[in-house]
Design a protein around this ligand. Structure first.
Ligand code: AMP
Length: 404
């Protein structure tokens, strides 16, 4: 059975999924797993397509000190115990910089180019590149494909791509890139099957998970996003503040004596729902909490989604559909109801019964704008891209022995 391995590597975890290639290039998910607690309490967990547990084992901290070590253990487990020998590997890579507007087959030159974007995404890019480098070293002819979170937004106009700063900085790469592109691309590809008429028109997609952003789609193409140069901007998130006056950063430096790395940690880890509530970064815990600050954090989240929806509707010059996706968007009927409440001025009206069932269409028939819930699948998107590049640029002998 030919398979594709999808890898999503972060600072403390490596997530992976395996897809089998069925007839006519269809992909079927076989398993998902992750090695988390890298450098602290490493644990390999994996489950099959039906949710059955395939692995759940702890490792000593010294055995899994970094991402390459985690990839090595996960790879050996797949090869030696499950006899899975993928014909290609697709990677989630957060930053494709200004040039990559689509996935790319990886070679040493591509890795060198992607290294240049480490400074644009210092917390993510190095971890994304680590397993790519170790697979290149160990399995030099195994095809690898990089799929970027930024690529889907490269269709933005110049006016949407700029900040009002001197041009030299834009030329260096200080631009409004936008992220969660693989999720938006999946929604843009799926929507024509759900609502063919509106998919051709003006749609706002709200990706509401631990990271959160919104994207304005016109005829399936991204024209605007709430995220910008980094994944800090836009909506409040689990631990990131979203839109913040840069003066706050100056205040942290000049009045609180914080260094650049202190500020970075603070903005990525201590703000957002966690910072505002003082309770949790997790929406389920906030919804269950009686704490007044948890309520304020939820109010703020909903309010900012409403404000940003207005901004994106202006970018689109109207609105024909609204889509919820990701952990909160797919599962929290309460948050969806409150967000739809913020969109009332656009003529949106919720069907509470359909909403509480997490139905695909959750607006009433008389709503001027239909509202959908569409589960996202970034890993399937990566597997599809990987397969497509494999077919279009076949290697002479994709299945190779490991270099020892
Ligand atoms: P993601 O990053 O897409 O996995 O989403 C994670 C977020 O989704 C966390 O804030 C979770 O609390 C939230 N979430 C998942 N399921 C639910 C649920 N049933 N109700 C509310 N929030 C949820």
């Amino acid at each position: 059975m030919d398979t594709i391995l999808v890898v999503n590597a972060g600072s403390s975890s490596v997530k992976f999924q395996v897809f089998s290639i069925e007839g006519e290039g269809r992909l079927r998910r076989q398993l998902k797993g992750q090695m988390d607690g890298i450098g602290s309490r490493p644990r390999l967990r994996a489950s099959g397509a039906n949710g059955d547990t395939l692995a759940d084992r702890a490792y000593p901290i010294e055995a899994v000190a970094d991402v390459p070590a985690a990839m090595e253990i996960a790879g050996s487990w797949l090869r030696d115990e499950l006899r899975i020998d993928p014909i290609a590997v697709g990677h989630r890579v957060v930053h494709g910089g200004p040039d990559y507007d689509r996935p790319v087959r990886i070679d040493h030159g591509v890795v060198a180019r992607l290294e240049r974007f480490v400074s644009l995404a210092p917390l993510h890019q190095p971890h994304n590149l680590a397993p790519i480098r170790s697979i290149l070293a160990g399995f030099p002819t195994l095809p690898q494909v990089a799929c970027f979170d930024t690529a889907f937004h490269r269709t933005h106009s110049a006016v949407a791509d700029h900040y009002a700063i001197p041009h030299q900085l834009h030329a260096e790469g200080v631009r409004r890139y936008g992220f969660h592109g693989l999720s938006y691309e999946y929604i843009a590809k799926t929507l024509p099957h759900i609502a063919p008429d509106v998919a051709k028109r003006r749609v706002i997609v709200a990706h509401l998970g631990s990271g959160a952003s919104m994207c304005a789609l016109k005829a399936g193409q991204s024209v605007e996003s709430t995220m910008g140069f980094t994944a800090l901007d836009g909506l409040p998130m689990g631990t990131r503040p979203g839109q913040l006056d840069p003066g706050v950063v100056l205040y942290l430096i000049s009045e609180k004596g914080m260094s650049a790395s202190n500020v970075q940690n603070f903005l990525y880890r201590d703000c957002g729902l966690k910072g505002l509530s003082g309770v949790s970064n997790d929406m389920r815990e906030l919804e269950a909490s009686a704490d007044a600050r948890a309520k304020l954090a939820i109010d703020y989240f909903v309010y900012r989604i409403g404000l940003n929806a207005g901004m994106l509707a202006a970018a689109l010059q109207g609105l024909d559909a609204f889509v919820f996706t990701a952990g909160i968007g797919e599962n929290s009927a309460t948050i969806r109801a409150r967000v739809v409440g913020q969109l009332g001025w656009l003529g949106v009206s919720l069907d509470p019964a359909e909403n509480s069932r997490n139905s695909q269409l959750i607006s009433r028939s008389e709503s001027l704008i239909p509202v959908y819930v569409v589960p996202t699948d970034e890993e399937l998107m990566i597997a599809q891209h990987t397969l497509a590049l494999l077919v279009n640029t076949p290697s002479t002998n994709p299945r190779q022995e490991r270099v020892s």
